[in-house]
Design a protein around this ligand. Structure first.
Ligand code: PLP
Length: 405
């Protein structure tokens, strides 16, 4: 006989406690709206953390995925894959790069990028290659990618960290030039064009152009983690395109499959032949369902002009937030580009997550004090105004509360 269930406060007693979750469970979605199992409706300002590019239950994506599931979900990477070639060719056209490796997540894409950097170094005779990484960076939760991540909370408990990283501040050309002049084993520079988890901090156009030149001078790989800021979110296909540069390695994931897990590492000519048969692999990566999700996502984005939409509606959302928060002491900065926006407050504000959900808005709080909005790229101008109309009064009320002593 099984013992009767002990009633505890834990609603999910069989799930590892890796997240402090809100209690509502989501039932279904439509466009930029999600309903929970109690029937409460939410405006989705989070997009599954920059994943649901096409929102929920998109009328063009759903039948394509249904057709693909009925045809072929998975076969392994032992056989030729026309769908991989199709998605890879599109990514190369959009980026001006040459070859793609497919995986399943952001950290896997970054892990592959780091392997490329190390082997690139070994191929040049550098036995202990080093990669330049950044303060406030986030690259994932595997041992190597958490080592590349800056946040000490992500490191805590998981040492020893992977070695071979040199950390510099963002947008500081003097600091990276100093590294270039003193560390002969550097092989790559690795950064998010707009830091997501670190609080929506953008590399400047000047800085991106400067490190592109530095990489060329020193024969380093420029590796741009576009896992969060890529796939149209800023109003260009990839955020670095605002600077008119092309990277050597570009990890992608989040928005690429509109919710189906797809990761990719896009490589330019300097990096495209570093990995050879036997050097890297994946069981699930690049499977037909994931590839179809990526192909259809990019196709629908083009057909429905979602880059323009991200730029125009993103600007409208930002303007509405600026109006709604104007003159509020405690709002440090509203920043970001397109539909990747952050509102930095002067104090930790993680309780806004639950309060916004109670008010019918999904969002996230990152880097303790930055409210982050990364909604689906199909967001309408009306929905953008609705986000601001829900969020601004919440922030206003929050900032009027006395600071906890
Ligand atoms: C989310 C994120 C990752 C990690 O992606 P996962 O799919 O969660 O492994 C890596 N880099 C950046 C910039 C991200 O935003």
């Amino acid at each position: 006989m099984n013992a009767p269930d002990i009633v505890t406060a834990d609603p999910e007693p069989h799930v590892l406690h890796t997240y402090a979750r809100l209690p509502m469970a989501m039932s279904h979605g439509q466009g930029c709206w999600v309903w929970d199992t109690e029937g409460k409706k939410y405006l989705d300002g989070l997009g599954g953390i920059a994943v649901n590019t096409l929102g929920h239950a998109h009328p063009k994506l759903v039948p394509a995925l249904q057709e693909q599931i009925g045809r072929l979900i998975h076969t392994s990477n032992y056989y030729a894959s026309p769908l991989q070639e199709n998605l890879a060719a599109t990514l190369c056209t959009l980026s001006g790069m040459s070859r793609v490796f497919f995986c399943n997540s952001g950290l896997e894409a970054n892990e592959a990028a780091l392997k490329i950097a190390r082997k690139y170094g070994h191929d040049k005779g550098i036995a202990r290659p080093e990669v330049i990484v950044y303060e406030k960076a986030f690259h994932g939760r595997s041992i190597a990618t958490l080592s590349a991540t800056a946040n000490p909370k992500v490191h805590a408990g998981f040492g020893p960290l992977v070695e071979g990283f040199v950390r510099v501040p963002l947008n500081d050309v003097a600091a990276i030039t100093e590294v270039a002049n003193t560390r002969p084993n550097v092989v790559a520079v690795f950064l998010e064009v707009i830091q997501g988890e670190g609080g929506v901090n953008a590399a400047t156009v000047d800085y991106l152009q400067a490190i592109r030149r530095l990489c060329d001078e020193h024969d380093w790989l420029l590796m741009l983690d576009e896992v969060q800021c890529g796939i149209g979110r800023t109003g260009k296909w990839f955020a670095h395109q605002w600077a008119g540069i092309v990277p050597d390695v570009m990890p992608l994931a989040k928005g690429l499959g509109s919710g189906v897990p797809v990761g990719a590492v896009v490589c330019g000519p300097r990096a495209a032949s570093v990995l050879q048969p036997g050097n890297h692999g994946t069981t699930f990566g690049g499977n037909p369902l994931a590839m179809r999700a990526g192909i259809e996502t990019l196709r629908i984005m083009q057909e429905d002009h979602l880059l323009e939409n991200a730029a125009v509606v993103g600007a409208a959302l930002r303007a509405a937030l600026e109006r709604g928060l104007a003159g509020l002491a405690g709002v440090v900065e509203i920043r970001g580009q397109g539909l990747m926006l952050g509102i930095e407050l002067d104090r930790p504000c993680s309780e806004l997550l639950g309060r916004a959900a109670a008010a019918g808005l999904l969002l996230s709080v990152t880097a303790d004090r930055v409210v982050r909005l990364v909604p689906p790229l199909i967001l309408s101008a009306t929905e953008a105004r609705q986000i601001a109309a829900i969020l601004c009064p919440l922030i206003q009320a929050f900032l009027q509360e006395p600071l906890p002593s």
